[in-house]
Design a protein around this ligand. Structure first.
Ligand SMILES: NC(=O)c1ccc[n+]([C@@H]2O[C@H](COP(=O)([O-])OP(=O)(O)OC[C@H]3O[C@@H](n4cnc5c(N)ncnc54)[C@H](O)[C@@H]3O)[C@@H](O)[C@H]2O)c1
Length: 429
């Protein structure tokens, strides 16, 4: 659906063979002026979560999935097969996502690769004139989030973070009620995540399996030896690639807390917890409590428990006149100050179909900012995860600038604001 102008400009300045981060397309500054009936062509990178997510795209009228990309060629093949059964066409199975960037027919890059890829791929996608649906957390570190916002603005692209509850009808109704004063002024939001994860053991160096291009799996991250217990999925628990449970699942509820409380950046962040359960290669906390304070006497907390499913809830807002419980499917209950139930609205969808539809509509209507989880919102919520993890890793209480979330007076903590990159892969806009 990209306009011919967009396509020509992009083709003139990009090639798979070019340096990955050298792609820059200042010309793609306007969205295609297109009618709502226009076809939208999609390519996806990362085919575990990406497979289910992209099937939601494939089911939409006028959306075609042209490429199914995974650096694990088994996953690429299986993903293409299964997406072919859902959508209008069978996508081509590929292993290098730069094919998607270089194809002028493609309008959208979906990034569901591991976290260390999210910002670099999104920024390359924007530079190549693509709109990007990027999974949560949108970045691996705070600097990347700020750079993604700048890239989306520079190239005027629609960039949506995969925090799908922003589009769930029940959740939207709950937040609307909250903002209309259903519990008076909310001053505290508490949130939780529990799971039952096992140990990952101690990794042993082995040969990289033939099916996997480990070099492209690592991409922007400085090179590490291949161990037998990192790929797939367990990278979440290693700081080099992942952001722990806070970035993995905390981001969903912190995003809802931030939205409900109408706050952007905190003034103070504290963290406690650690690895209490298994003595193995995992580095990120399995038991974690973080607390964020904001201007206007407001606070958000998150507790994560990776190895015990007993749950205290999903999100609860506390206000001057009552409280509101919200669950992951958008059902909400309002209580008075004596804890008597005064209202219940049931719902049962997490909003994925609506979130994808919102993204496609923003592209078709040429309104890149009309996104329910536009990248600036995604960055602010993801930043809360990064700050909680930085507080944890330094052992310090962080004082932050409420204008932008930057950490004040702590050079050690600011070292974690950005990562080192594999030479040639540092994002540039
Ligand atoms: N929104 C949601 O509810 C939701 C749910 C699950 C996962 N996620 C997010 O999706 C992302 C992926 O999670 P996962 O559980 O699928 O992880 P995973 O490790 O199981 O799968 C990631 C896949 O990406 C592939 N990959 C890595 N580098 C690639 C590259 N350069 N090009 C193409 N493919 C590449 C891997 O080979 C792997 O198949 C994470 O960031 C996670 O937070 C979001």
């Amino acid at each position: 659906m990209a306009s011919n102008l967009d396509r020509r400009q992009f083709l003139g300045q990009s090639a798979v063979t070019g340096a990955a981060v050298g792609i820059a397309m200042s010309g793609a500054s306007t969205l295609a002026a297109s009618s709502p009936s226009n076809k939208v062509v999609v390519g996806v990178m990362g085919l575990s979560r990406g497979r289910a997510l992209t099937s939601t795209f494939a089911k939409l009228k006028g959306v075609e999935v042209k490429y199914a990309c995974d650096v694990d060629k088994n996953r690429a093949g299986q993903g293409a097969e299964s997406l072919g059964k859902v959508g209008a066409r069978k996508p081509e199975a590929i292993t290098d996502f730069r094919r998607i960037l270089d194809d002028s027919d493609v309008d959208v890059l979906i990034c569901a690769a591991p976290n260390h890829w999210h910002a670099p791929a999104t920024i390359l996608g924007c530079s190549a004139g693509k709109h990007v649906y990027c999974e949560k957390p949108c970045s691996h570190n705070p600097w990347e989030g700020e750079t993604m916002v700048a890239a989306a603005r520079k190239h005027n692209r629609a960039v949506q973070m995969g925090s799908q509850r922003r589009s769930a009808p029940g959740t939207v109704a709950a937040i609307k009620a909250l903002h209309s004063g259903a519990i008076g002024r909310p001053y505290l939001a508490r949130s939780w995540y529990t799971s039952l994860r096992g140990p990952i053991g101690t990794g042993k160096p082995i040969a990289v399996p033939d099916r996997l291009n480990y070099d492209m799996w690592q991409g922007p991250a400085p090179r590490m030896p291949y161990l037998d217990n990192r790929v797939h999925y367990n990278w979440h628990w290693i700081w080099h690639w992942g952001n722990g449970e806070l970035g993995n699942n905390g981001v969903h509820t912190l995003d809802l807390c931030r939205w409900g409380m109408q706050v952007d950046y905190p003034t103070r962040v504290t963290s406690s917890g650690g690895r209490y359960r298994f003595d193995d290669d995992q580095q990120t906390p399995d038991t974690h409590a973080v607390c964020y304070e904001f201007e206007g006497e407001k606070q958000i907390t998150w507790e994560g428990l990776s190895c015990n499913r007993h749950s205290s809830g999903f999100v609860t807002f506390y206000g001057e006149n009552g409280s509101m419980e919200l669950d992951s499917g958008g059902t909400f209950r309002i209580y008075d100050l004596r804890d008597k139930l005064v209202k219940e609205e049931k719902s049962g969808t997490n909003g994925e179909a609506e979130h994808v539809a919102n993204f496609i509509a923003a592209i078709r209507n040429d309104k890149p900012l009309a996104l329910n989880a536009e990248i600036e919102k995604g960055h602010k919520s993801t930043l809360l995860c990064h700050l909680g993890n930085i507080a944890h890793r330094t052992g310090d209480t962080l004082n932050c600038d409420p204008k932008n979330g930057h950490i004040a007076g702590n050079a050690e903590a600011m070292k974690l604001w950005k990562r080192d990159y594999e030479p040639g892969w540092e994002p540039k806009i």
